[in-house]
Design a protein around this ligand. Structure first.
Ligand code: SAM
Length: 271
């Protein structure tokens, strides 16, 4: 997979040389290229921004500079629909989630355009959409950052770890939070079995795989119900076994004709 990141702070992306992403780059699994937007500016000061039309505070990133940069980085993208996607991080985008990361991991070439100041002139996304390039505006969450570089770091890490061959044991991806089960992950423990008076749940030392699996499923349901009831609402009722339904009933959820609904909310988010 190829990912290009365009930013006025290319140094910000230096952590992508570390850890699993860095290794994937060295082994050729991930072709990651970081570009300085100012390389496409034409004046002596390498200007990339201008004041907002219509007035207002701050500066807006210029479409002409972005246009030249993206024409180069996207290459012949317009001629290859489905082969390339332009991702524009913005707090007004759709929330980035695991499904989006999974989808992007199947796109051969992703280009991330990192905004700064008040963001990128809105015509840039519009222009490439009109040229047949898939453009996705993505938000990391309901807060405002200074620039899109942190979003690019998050996106690259979330997408790259899904590439085949990236994570040593692919089984570790299956049971994770936000995976196919639709729940948060159960709590995890390692040795020693007793630490500062805290003991690991006895079932995990039993060697009884079916009991361990059931305990983990119960914990995942309970944790999800307490912390993220919105995820419980989205569970497919037909995938719930008898025990799942009992656990959820104890937590105040009822299975009705239209799915799961809470009848008596549990208190707080603490475990
Ligand atoms: C200061 S922000 C611009 C915010 C913009 N004026 C608004 O209110 O929507 C500058 C840049 O940071 C990035 N950014 C800020 N918050 C973000 C978020 N929650 N998710 C993704 N990118 C974000 C975007 O690239 C954005 O163009």
């Amino acid at each position: 997979m190829r990912i290009d990141v365009v930013s006025i702070f290319p140094e910000y992306l230096a952590p992508l040389e570390l850890s699993l992403v860095g290794k994937a780059r060295r082994t050729g699994l991930l072709d990651l290229r970081v570009h300085d937007l100012r390389d496409w500016a034409h004046d002596r000061h390498r200007t990339v921004d201008d004041s907002p039309l219509g007035g207002g505070a701050g500066m807006v990133m210029r479409p002409d500079v972005w246009g030249e940069a993206l024409d180069d980085v996207l290459g012949g993208a317009q001629a290859h629909p489905g082969e390339v996607e332009l991702v524009v991080p913005t707090p007004s985008g759709l929330p980035l989630d695991q499904r989006t990361a999974e989808r992007l991991a199947t796109v051969p070439h992703v280009v991330v355009a990192c905004g700064r100041y008040e963001g990128i002139d809105a015509r840039v996304a519009e222009h490439y959409r009109g040229r047949g390039v898939a453009v996705t505006e993505l938000s990391l969450g309901d807060y405002v950052l200074n620039g899109g570089e942190v979003a690019a770091l998050v996106l690259v890490e979330a997408v790259a770890r899904l590439l085949p061959g990236m994570v040593g044991n692919p089984a570790s991806l299956v049971e994770e939070s936000h995976g196919a089960a639709g729940t948060l992950e159960y709590p995890v423990y390692t040795r020693p079995p007793e630490w500062r008076g805290h003991e690991v749940p006895e079932v995990l030392l039993s060697g009884h795989h079916a009991r361990i699996e059931r305990w983990r499923r119960d914990q995942a349901l309970e944790r999800t119900a307490r912390r993220r009831p919105d995820l419980i609402e989205r569970l497919a009722v037909e995938d719930l076994d008898r025990r799942d339904r009992d656990i959820l009933a104890e937590l105040g959820w009822e299975v009705g004709d239209e799915g799961l609904r809470v009848v008596s909310p549990p208190g707080g988010v603490a475990d």
